[in-house]
Design a protein around this ligand. Structure first.
Ligand code: NI
Length: 254
């Protein structure tokens, strides 16, 4: 069994065939999925999807892109979401200095606030970080101390950043972009992550594997990622499946 720890089935890309996609993913061996909220609206839809499907869980969060537009009332609604039964994590939250859709100050403020909420509830965090390694680490240390219960999603850093993340106890996840032809550097980094600290994710509808590159991604394609990791690490497919499944169960309490 595989676990897709990060997908966005609430996106409009799945509006016409969501239940078929879910069914296909189950048939392809994806036993559990975490649908990750990336806006308040997305969080509410994620919870709805999770409540309809026994084997889907939800994460509640607001993406850094929305940071400048979040009101106090929004945060109150989000806080209520953390109490819902199917919500297993706070995320995705973090910093995105690549697109900089919200101001850096706004992003840092929201990230700090939501980390505080996660800490108060002892919920794991799903962290989005693009081109913001130093600030991400600084805020994590500041709010969480030396140890963080969570995952660095869609890992994109270098070796030094990886060592910092692992040093804080963070899990690391890669998406199907690990299968891209030009992803040699990322494959090198993935090879350095102990299997005990790895999670699988598709980030669907984004980042379909090389064989379907440019098309819509979906949770059933997570097996292409597991195959790639098995190749990189010289493990069997089952070792990758069992290892990452155990890690996800442990981190998210599934
Ligand atoms: Ni995502």
């Amino acid at each position: 069994m595989l676990i897709d720890t990060h997908c966005h089935l609430d996106f409009k890309d799945f509006a016409s065939d969501r239940q078929e996609v879910i069914k296909r993913s189950r048939a392809e061996g994806v036993g559990l999925m975490i649908n990750v909220g990336s806006s308040l609206e997305g969080t509410l839809s994620s919870i709805e999807i999770a409540e309809k499907n026994e084997f889907i869980y939800a994460a509640a969060g607001i993406h850094p892109h929305d940071a400048d537009n979040v009101s106090e009332a929004d945060l109150e609604v989000l806080k209520k979401c953390f109490e819902r039964e199917k919500v297993v994590a706070v995320g995705e939250i973090g910093l995105d200095y690549y697109r900089n859709i919200s101001s850096k100050d706004g992003q840092k403020r929201l990230f700090t606030k939501l980390l505080d909420e996660a800490k108060a509830r002892d919920l794991p965090v799903i962290i989005h970080n693009r081109d913001a390694h130093q600030d991400t680490l600084a805020i994590l240390k500041d709010v969480m101390g030396g140890t963080v219960k969570g995952v660095m999603h869609c890992f994109s850093g270098d070796r030094a950043f990886l060592e910092n993340c692992l040093g804080m106890g963070l899990f690391v996840s890669f998406t199907c972009n690990l299968t891209f032809k030009n992803a040699d550097r990322l494959r090198e980094i993935a090879g350095l992550v102990p299997i005990e600290m790895l999670l699988l994710e598709t980030d669907a509808p984004f980042l379909a594997p090389q064989v379907f590159r440019g098309r819509r991604n979906e949770p059933s394609y997570v097996r292409y990622l597991a195959e790639e990791i098995a190749r990189i690490k010289g493990l069997s497919f089952d070792q990758v499946a069992d290892g990452t499944t155990n890690n996800a169960k442990k981190l998210f309490g599934l």
